[in-house]
Design a binder for this molecule. Structure first.
Ligand SMILES: NC(=O)c1ccc[n+]([C@@H]2O[C@H](COP(=O)([O-])OP(=O)(O)OC[C@H]3O[C@@H](n4cnc5c(N)ncnc54)[C@H](OP(=O)(O)O)[C@@H]3O)[C@@H](O)[C@H]2O)c1
Length: 304
């Protein structure tokens, strides 16, 4: 029996998580999805790279007008929903509007990617504004799913900090500098965005299964301190882990208090609490820092 083709709207398609989902779906020859990849600019190089892939159709649109996005897709079955965290009030408004437009268009399964919120992820919005906005978007999806009497289902992905924040540029160095302010031995859980894409693909492929239907999945691939990361980095690249002066980290946390300052403080006071070994039993492909460095990081790409 052949599975009917399902139309999937992927937001953030030119970004890390949406892009990783598309890569993961296209790597599965049995998956029958038509992918509608959202971008604000279809002529950008990253959008054009997507356009050249099989089963991928570019759609132009903006989170500010989600109804216009769904007008471009006939009978959409699924939505991968990513949000822009820079202004948490706008993020919540846009995330909820995206859900409402998807419901209006008849979408059956939403995969919303937010963030892990520690031990009380189900009930605690946390002190981090852009974690709280994601919490409220989840609650809104839950409510809409309940009201739909089973017509709408969802999967919440709750990733921890991305390894991909460690880029070989100023922002990558600043990330490490802010991380180190919490202490050389204070651990932070991290994940490769490619692995988020793989689990997102599983969630769409198995939307009806108990593992993903109306479930939340916290995602992490490693739990490591700056000292441990520096050791692995040296072993893999022969170099010191790139960082910058600690005052740069202090200044950035102050300048971007709501976006970065409160988040790094929360990493120290509360922190992510994913059971990484248990998760790896379910998803053995999840990369630790060493595997990510060797295969996908800027340093791996340089040595290839
Ligand atoms: N970095 C971390 O450690 C971390 C950890 C957990 C969760 N998160 C969350 O991950 C989310 C970001 O995901 P990401 O890192 O995969 O994204 P990303 O790589 O930063 O890319 C952003 C994507 O969003 C699209 N986009 C941005 N504003 C848009 C708008 N107004 N309308 C339509 N599309 C828009 C961009 O598309 P175009 O430019 O092509 O239009 C692009 O595809 C945030 O909510 C963040 O809080 C991050």
């Amino acid at each position: 029996m052949t599975t009917p083709t399902r139309r999937l709207v992927v937001t953030g398609a030119t970004g890390k998580q949406g892009g990783a989902l598309i890569t993961a779906l296209l790597s599965k020859p049995t998956a029958s999805f038509e992918i509608y990849a959202l971008t604000r600019n279809a002529s950008s190089p990253s959008a054009q790279r997507l356009a050249s892939k099989p089963n991928v159709h570019l759609i132009e649109g903006n989170f500010s007008d989600p109804t216009a996005i769904f007008k471009q897709v006939k009978e959409p079955w699924g939505l991968f929903s990513v949000t822009n965290p820079m202004d948490h009030v706008k993020e919540e408004k846009e995330g909820k509007a995206m859900t409402a437009a998807a419901v209006q268009a008849g979408v059956r399964h939403i995969v919303f990617t937010g963030t892990d919120r520690g031990v009380n992820s189900e009930t605690d919005e946390t002190t981090v504004p852009h974690f709280a906005s994601k919490f409220h978007i989840e609650k809104d999806i839950e409510q809409k799913a309940k009201q739909s009497n089973g017509k709408l289902t969802y999967t919440f992905l709750r990733p921890v900090a991305f390894f991909d924040n460690m880029t070989n540029d100023f922002m990558g160095k600043a990330f490490v500098s802010m991380w180190k302010l919490n202490g050389e031995d204070h651990k932070l859980q991290m994940i490769a965005t490619s692995d988020i894409g793989k689990v997102a693909a599983e969630a769409f492929l198995n939307a009806e299964s108990g593992e993903y239907r109306n479930q939340a999945v916290a995602l992490a691939g490693d739990d490591l301190s700056p000292r441990e990361a520096a050791k692995v980095f040296k072993e893999v690249t022969g170099q010191e882990l790139p960082t910058t002066f600690s005052f740069v980290g202090v200044l950035l946390k102050w300048l971007l208090h709501k976006q970065l300052g409160l988040m790094f403080n929360w990493f120290k006071s509360d922190g992510f609490t994913v059971d990484v070994p248990e998760l790896k039993r379910k998803h053995p492909f999840l990369k630790d820092f060493r595997a990510w460095l060797e295969t996908e990081s800027a340093w791996a790409k340089k040595s290839q």
